[in-house]
Design a protein around this ligand. Sequence first.
Ligand code: URA
Length: 211
Amino acid sequence: MPENQVIVIDHPLVQHKLSVMRSKDTNTNDFRNLIREISILMGYEIMRDLPMEEVEIETPLEKMKSKMLAGKKLCVVPILRAGTGFLDGLLQLVPLARVGHIGLYRDPETLVPVEYYLKLPDDMPQRRVIVVDPMLATGNSAIAAVERVKDSDATDVKFMCLIASPEGLKAFHDAHPDVPVYTAAIDRELNDHGYILPGIGDAGDRIFGTK
Ligand code: URA
């Protein structure tokens, strides 16, 4: 597997929706709908290499061999709370996926992630795991979340975000060179409070309307 992989999903629909989300004039309801729509489009790319198998089926006219998803099952792991914004869309694509949760908050002074909740399915080694959080900012939360996932012996792990910072990408890949990052954009930089510029602001507040 190639190391330090970053896949920027530059599909026009993804880029258009992201631009609308960035605008401070986009309201909570529209923002939430857009993140669901984008997660479907991004999920389509992330699942592009899922293993397939040939099965025999019978159409109304004759038997044929046709392809279906094989073996590997999925687990989506949102980092609470903003990561849950990706859930509806991804579960629409793969309704039988399991969902793990990792609760991390950033200490506002140190920006270090503090874990307050962890619940993962038992069979993580058998699953493709997609850890999701809209913003890869300092990278600290993503690094900690993927560490927890690896502790559960998962080996097929990907990370999905909406916007990454160059600093966050570097830190993430230094810690987890084997985990590819799927993102819709790489923005300019982090500010002193760990927010991505130009970014979208606080993703959790924008999804849940808390500010
Ligand atoms: N978390 C957010 O919600 N936004 C940022 O810009 C960085 C971290």
